[in-house]
Design a protein around this ligand. Sequence first.
Ligand code: MD3
Ligand code: FE
Length: 197
Amino acid sequence: AEPAPGAVHVPGWLPFARQRELVAACRDFGRGPVPYRQTVLPGGGVMSVRSLCLGRRWEPYRYLDGVAVELPGWLAELGREALAEAYGDHGGFAPDTALVNFYPDGARMGMHQDREERSAAPVVSLSLGDTCVFRLGNTQDRGRPYTDVELASGDLFVFGGPSRFAYHGVPRVYAGTADPALGLGGRLNITLRETGL
Ligand code: MD3
Ligand code: FE
């Protein structure tokens, strides 16, 4: 489905076994030198989401900047496969960073734009665990018009073209909606990007 120009939603793209592997990998990432942390925004607010950044970091994820954690090659490759699936061609997409966001029960992400990357390349998003409401807005402001889409475990979403610079957020996560066999309480989202840095 293409809820907005350049925004492509592929429900259930990841097979369940692959989802489980990704959940395990995200748990292992957090045992490394860069733990999941609540990000403090430039305005002083603290996000309820816990984030971990692999590979190249950009604002506001440059905390612990001295510590290098490589982006695994298999994860960058998964990003290319995802883009090929959504657009029919990966178009040379070469992600150099992965942002892993963990949403414990009650966590949300306010409406924002992702403008700190120095690249207009698409963003690949993979969802795991609890289903959420993802809100894709316009490029002007945080308000209407926007489109609400439910993102469930295994869903792929690619944001390219005009949607790349649209406001977006996660107003709600439905607690306890994940398959218990996934071994995850809450929601995980992995975004793969080119920072252009
Ligand atoms: C739409 N993450 O990390 S998914 C973020 O589910 C972020 O954790 C949300 O927004 C999450 O910045 C939403 C992915 C996403 C990422 C970048 C976008 C959606 C986007 C850029 C433009 C439009
Ligand atoms: Fe974002």
